[in-house]
Write a protein that binds this ligand. Structure first.
Ligand SMILES: Cc1ncc(C[n+]2csc(CCOP(=O)(O)OP(=O)(O)O)c2C)c(N)n1
Ligand SMILES: [Mg+2]
Length: 276
């Protein structure tokens, strides 16, 4: 996809995610919005995948370690053709194949079951090691949240990933500066993520989380000899791309009241009216 197409794909993911959450009436709005552009780059351009054959052994793998952003992933998958977009209206309903958090046994295209924060990073490390040991070219992509980094398990996994020189794994941190119950600075101060990752053996780069060209440039495969795994710190805003959500300090999980529904419908209309 061209940059313009990726921008359009991101907008489609954003609209579709907002619609599915509006239909449900509640959900993790803020953290879904902040990963939209990264999902667009990965699913629109970077990952080798075959939506007609979700289990294709040669595919690249994706682990949404911040599993509460599942609805954004589902929209990307539906738009890529893994399943009919109409299924998005079953989000988080009884009997659905789209639970609020991803389940690899339920949803075509979901490679890892996540939602318990910290665990996805370890799963991604294990997948990357398995591919490397087998001499396979599959890559592994993983998105973790900045609040999720409070989990000690993440840092165990990062040591493991760097020790095993898993340069076939690309890690993204959604640095939206907010977690469930407030600002990350207030809850457990993260200090410099880039310096911490560098100390853990990663090559760390920060990019604006809506800079599609910048994210794309950092997602290229590591070259021969570039043994350090790469982490891309996404400088995002919780609620990204939806102005009234960006203003909220509590967009982590919203149960929509009448006024919020109106705001959301207006935002969807604006996004739908916009053409690049
Ligand atoms: C082990 C575990 N503890 C607590 C939770 C509840 N929980 C869900 S999201 C969240 C906050 C995560 O913050 P962050 O990673 O910054 O997410 P984002 O801002 O990207 O939405 C918490 C505490 C969980 N899912 N798993
Ligand atoms: Mg966060």
């Amino acid at each position: 996809m061209s940059l313009a197409q990726l921008t359009g794909f991101a907008r489609e993911i954003r609209i579709s995610t907002l619609k599915s959450l509006l239909h449900l009436g509640f959900g993790h709005f803020g953290g879904c919005m902040s990963v939209v552009e990264t999902l667009a780059v990965l699913y629109g351009q970077v990952m080798r995948i075959d939506p007609r054959d979700p289990q294709w052994p040669g595919r690249d793998y994706f682990v949404l370690s911040k599993g509460h952003a599942g609805p954004a992933l589902y929209s990307a998958l539906a738009l890529k053709g893994y399943f009919p977009p109409a299924m998005l209206n079953t989000l988080n309903q009884n009997g659905t194949r789209l639970p609020s958090h991803p389940d690899r046994l339920l949803t075509p295209g979901v490679d890892a079951t996540t939602g318990s924060l910290g665990q996805g990073v370890s799963i991604a490390g294990g997948l990357a090691l398995a591919h490397k040991l087998a001499g396979r070219a599959n890559r592994v992509f993983c998105i973790t949240g900045d609040g999720e980094l409070n989990e000690g398990q993440c840092w165990e996994a990062f040591q493991f990933i760097a020790h095993h020189r898993l340069n076939n794994l690309l890690l993204f941190v959604d640095w939206n500066k907010q977690q469930l119950d407030g600002a990350t600075e207030q809850i457990i101060r993260p200090f410099s993520l880039a310096e911490k990752f560098a100390a853990f053996g990663f090559e760390a780069t920060t990019v604006k989380g809506d800079d599609i060209a910048g994210i794309l440039a950092l997602a290229s495969p590591r070259q021969e000899g570039e043994d350090r795994p790469r982490v891309v710190i996404l400088d995002t805003v919780k609620g990204q791309g939806v102005p009234w959500l960006e203003q909220l300090s509590n967009s982590h999980h919203l149960r929509l009241d009448g006024q919020m529904k109106q705001c959301l419908m207006a935002s969807i209309e604006q996004l739908e009216a916009h053409h690049d």
